[in-house]
Design a protein around this ligand. Structure first.
Ligand code: MRU
Length: 348
């Protein structure tokens, strides 16, 4: 498994996900603004990976601050954090990671600036290694609910590339495969960025897990033909009532799964739950440019001026979820009580 993101001295290297699977190349970030640009341009994507990149980017930004005292250091740090928060709006992991870095800064108030910089770098490294550990735990918890022989449908890429490593939805699939379950995966291609075709298929083939790609609109037909036993996706933000934001097309899958009696699970770390948001209507959904839809391989395939609506995510109401697979176990409906309980167990 190639690492999604890593430190190389004072630079950050990320696998350039826009080029996969044709080319495995590293995108070098020398400044925090390079990191913000990389998140915006989809060099790195996937909620947990965005959070990790933001933490590392903040550390990179902090390392370049010239300040003689804590107050001026903090002022500059807060400006960088403010810029970082605007990189992409939907994945709460970004804000979560920024908050963790801010907390380190606050507790280092009495330390010399050089020690603060070191503490921030260490925290960014911990966020990365913890994420990988959490994904392994999500994998084990999720694999327990996968039948011994299962056709699993997934959407977008919630794999190693979307995280620090191992993946959330793909972590569950990986763990099931490692336990000897006979798993085959159907991967939605995931228009317009084709994360399913390019990234999920790439990861699963590398791993030797059977995978078949389908166009997004084929999912319902496969379910109706009893070709799917379970749907597992990742999440970008889960509201406190269980409503879930994930890649555009997830909502349709969940409704189709209910219609066809197929269980629908979301796999995500507890850090993806946003207890400050009451329901899915309050989750900001990123709108991206029309070119992503209309320009294919550098060519306008439709009329030049046709407008396109390109929401990058959608909201799946909690009532469609069979469960949320987390590092602390599987949260089951009714979510109002169970999410709160799982969340407070994490705080404890
Ligand atoms: O636009 P992307 O590629 O960042 O969207 C990614 C997704 O929607 C993933 O399913 C989600 O972030 C979970 S990744 C573990």
């Amino acid at each position: 498994m190639i690492p999604t993101i890593k430190w190389e001295g004072s630079h950050i290297l990320m696998i350039d996900q826009r080029k996969l699977p044709a080319k495995v190349s590293w995108y070098r970030c020398r400044t925090y603004r390079d990191v913000i640009g990389a998140i915006k341009k989809m060099v790195i994507r996937g909620a947990p990976a965005i959070g990790i990149a933001a933490a590392m980017g903040l550390s990179l930004g902090a390392s370049s601050i010239r300040a003689g005292n804590f107050v001026s250091f903090k002022k500059r740090f807060d400006n960088i954090a403010g810029e970082m928060l605007l990189a992409r709006p939907t994945a709460v992991n970004l804000r979560w990671a920024v908050d963790r870095m801010r907390a380190v800064l606050e507790t280092s108030a009495k330390s010399p600036v050089i020690a603060i910089k070191e503490a921030l770098r260490n925290e960014s490294e911990s966020i990365l290694t913890e994420d990988i550990e959490i994904n392994h735990r999500i994998g084990i918890n999720g694999a327990a609910i996968i039948p011994d022989e299962a056709a699993i449908l997934t959407h977008c890429n919630a794999g190693s590339l979307a995280t620090g490593g191992y993946g959330t939805a793909l972590g569950v699939i990986r763990a099931g495969h490692e336990m000897g379950k006979k798993i085959k995966v159907f991967a939605d291609e995931t228009r317009p960025w084709l994360q399913g075709l390019r990234l999920t298929a790439f990861e699963l083939i590398e791993e030797g897990i059977p995978v078949t790609v389908i166009v997004d609109s084929a999912a319902g037909s496969l379910m109706r033909r009893k070709m799917i036993d379970i749907v597992i996706t990742g999440a970008d933000r889960i509201a406190s009532n269980g409503d879930t934001a994930n890649k555009i097309g997830t909502y349709s899958l969940a409704v189709l799964a209910r219609e066809n009696n197929v269980p629908f699970y979301v796999a995500a770390p507890l850090s993806t739950i946003d207890m400050s948001v009451k329901d899915g209507d309050r989750i900001p959904v990123e709108e991206r440019g029309s070119d992503e839809i209309c320009i294919i391989r550098g060519r306008h395939l439709g009329p030049r001026d046709v407008p396109a609506c390109n929401p990058a995510f959608d909201i799946t109401p909690a009532r469609y979820l069979s469960g949320i697979i987390t590092e602390k176990g599987v949260i089951l409906p009714p979510f109002k009580g169970t999410i709160k309980k799982a969340f407070s167990s994490q705080q404890a």
